[in-house]
Design a protein around this ligand. Structure first.
Ligand code: NDP
Length: 296
């Protein structure tokens, strides 16, 4: 039996949502302000439909206003840009999320850059990327890495200063912002990727190991320093011997749990935190746009 702490993302996310709900109640009561989140879904990608449904449900449960815009997959890029522009100008909307991926004929980059940076609750706009990279508190931080950071800070009792952190993966939505966040927390950060030479050796040096790759069970026990905190962002569907399928992370949980000091499971780790952070970002955005302090 291992002594690793299993970080319960589900319970953690529930606490974040409770805090958000309380903040929303206070904003309604004292400021006459109801934070609003607009979610745009183009097409019928089944995974995106599930994500959007959950986002809408949890937004409403927290007492916020949820606006949903479903569009056919053949919508033109210009029509989508016009919709984003109208949301930028809508005072009831404080956060805008365009569910990715978009159909091939639409430039995701153009659409993301069309979102007003102060309403960009996904934190993907270059202005927010730049603010995060320069360590500004004004950045809207991408939800998945923000959730990972919250769990890590909680586990380490607040400070990550001086820890060696290795992030596996360098995507714009997870790996790169995760590295920037950890650097801002004064970790010594290494980012590894598909061209890294001797990736196992790099990982073995980590006090904090974040896996955001998209390869089932890639990270094995002998890649992990004993006692390290392991955060598994990966979501991979694999077939089981009985012909069914199940979700697993990028970390071989059953092996790594024997070595790590703490580990997030899949499912029930990082996943639930992503939506909770989206709701938290929407409250932050609403307060900033109305120039009021965020309720504690
Ligand atoms: P991307 O495919 O955009 O990026 C994957 C990264 O992993 C790339 O930087 C790639 O390197 C690197 N990589 C791929 N293969 C290897 C390898 N063999 N060795 C080392 N590095 C490798 O994925 P995302 O960042 O979008 O997502 C990563 C995972 O996280 C996915 O499973 C996704 O489903 C999940 N995810 C989960 C979320 C959640 O809410 N829990 C939210 C977002 C993502 P290179 O750049 O060199 O190609």
């Amino acid at each position: 039996m291992s002594d690793a702490k299993i970080i319960d993302g589900k319970a953690f996310a529930q606490n974040v949502r409770k805090r958000v709900a309380k903040q929303v109640e206070e904003l309604k009561h004292y400021e006459n302000l109801t934070p609003g989140l607009a979610v745009v879904l183009v097409g019928e990608d089944p995974a995106s439909q599930v994500y959007v449904r959950n986002k809408v449900k949890q937004t409403e449960e927290c007492g916020m206003k949820s606006l949903e815009y479903r569009r056919d997959p053949d919508i033109s890029e210009q029509e989508l840009l016009t919709l984003v522009q109208s949301l930028n100008e809508n005072p009831e909307v404080h956060g805008i999320l365009v569910q990715l991926p978009l159909p091939k004929h639409i430039s995701e980059e153009k659409v993301i850059e069309a979102i007003a940076p102060e309403k960009d609750v996904d934190g993907f706009h270059v202005i927010n990327t730049g603010l995060l990279a320069t360590g500004s508190k004004d950045a809207m931080v991408p939800c998945t890495p923000l959730g990972c950071l919250m769990m890590l800070k909680d586990y380490f009792g607040g400070s990550l200063s001086g820890k060696r952190a290795v992030v596996v993966g360098r995507s714009n939505i997870v790996g790169k912002p995760m590295g920037a966040l950890l650097l801002n927390e004064s970790c010594t950060v290494t980012t590894v990727h598909s061209r890294t030479v001797d990736i196992e050796e790099e990982c073995r040096r980590a006090d904090i190991l974040v896996a955001a790759v998209g390869r089932a069970k890639m990270i094995k026990a002998d890649w992990v320093k004993p006692g390290a905190a392991v955060i598994d962002v990966g979501i991979n569907r694999i077939e089981t011997p009985d012909g069914k399928t199940k979700l697993v992370g990028d970390v071989d949980f059953d092996e790594v749990v024997e070595v790590a000091g703490a580990i997030t499971p899949v499912p029930g780790g990082v996943g639930p935190m992503t939506i909770a952070c989206l709701l938290a970002n929407t409250v932050t955005a609403a307060c900033r746009q109305n120039k009021i302090d965020e309720p504690k």
